[in-house]
Design a protein around this ligand. Sequence first.
Ligand SMILES: CC(C)(COP(=O)(O)OP(=O)(O)OC[C@H]1O[C@@H](n2cnc3c(N)ncnc32)[C@H](O)[C@@H]1OP(=O)(O)O)[C@@H](O)C(=O)NCCC(=O)NCCS
Length: 160
Amino acid sequence: MNSFVIEPATPDDVESIAALLAPNVIKQSVLPRSSSDILEHIGNFRVARVGDRLAGCVALRDFGGGLFEVRSLVVEDDYSGCGLGSALVKNVLSLAVERGGIEVFTLTIRPRLFTRLGFEEVPMESFHRDDKYHEKIWSDCRLCPKIDCCDEIALRIRVG
Ligand SMILES: CC(C)(COP(=O)(O)OP(=O)(O)OC[C@H]1O[C@@H](n2cnc3c(N)ncnc32)[C@H](O)[C@@H]1OP(=O)(O)O)[C@@H](O)C(=O)NCCC(=O)NCCS
């Protein structure tokens, strides 16, 4: 594979990001994001480019108080297993540090990718009980189609 670069997304990437997310929304691997939502939060997205092709994306959400979430992580099938996913996560961990992050969490069906980078599992019961994650649960989990059959694993890493 040609080498890849990870860089901040630009407004020109919005439709490519939406197209990358779409099949994974159908598979319920990531939450839906409209083009206007992506554009509004474009400064929180990082993309992986191989030549001029957008091969992956990830976003960081700021919950305040030093708490951040890694979300909207997708790598195109053609490029899977080449380290792009891990590189995207590492990149937004650095971004969280730059933005004053103390803890970064994620909900995922791919826990090994995160544990390899130092994340530790939070038992789902504790995740739901901890007030710190209340806004995440209120804003996303509440509306998620998997609310009654959640197969995701909560993980977190201290960065500050
Ligand atoms: C999950 C996803 C982003 C991974 O992207 P990727 O570019 O293939 O990720 P990587 O190449 O960094 O890692 C993929 C695999 O390569 C291997 N690998 C990568 N780095 C490795 C390392 N240092 N040591 C050993 N194995 C490694 C592992 O098998 C790894 O799979 P695992 O993380 O389940 O163990 C991608 O498969 C995807 O878009 N899936 C659909 C959407 C989705 O599930 N998103 C995640 C929601 S949080």
